[in-house]
Design a protein around this ligand. Structure first.
Ligand SMILES: [Zn+2]
Length: 119
């Protein structure tokens, strides 16, 4: 199992919906069909996705940011099931930090070059 589920609300039904949405078996297959959850709780699949996104985060147990070790979190079931290679994933925070440091580096390089030329 590769999902570490965090639920932010204490509501029993909400917890159940999130758990069912992210519930996976030993071989990483989803246990409940969307239609089953929809039927059991009398809400649309669209509502399920909205609630789950709003009140829970499904972290990966294996995929971590290659820079700061923060765990990857799945956007939705498709994201979990997709075979996209997530190894070497970099979290949004680090990506931003990298961009800033890259820009700084570039700026200082340009500055160095200008200094050199004026010498
Ligand atoms: Zn990171």
């Amino acid at each position: 199992m590769d999902i570490d589920l965090h639920i932010f609300e204490d509501d029993q039904e909400l917890t159940e919906i999130c758990k069912k949405y992210w519930g996976i078996s030993e071989d990483d297959a989803f246990i409940f069909e969307m239609s089953e959850i929809s039927f059991a709780h009398n809400i649309s699949t669209y509502e399920i996705i909205t609630l789950v996104k709003k009140y829970s985060i499904a972290y990966s147990r294996h995929i971590k940011c290659s820079s700061c070790n923060k765990p990857y979190y799945y956007n939705n079931r498709q994201d979990f099931s997709s075979q996209n290679n997530k190894q070497g994933w970099i979290c949004p925070d680090c990506k931003k930090a990298n961009e800033v440091s890259w820009m700084r580096q570039k700026k200082s390089q340009t500055r160095q070059r200008t200094t050199y030329q004026t010498l």
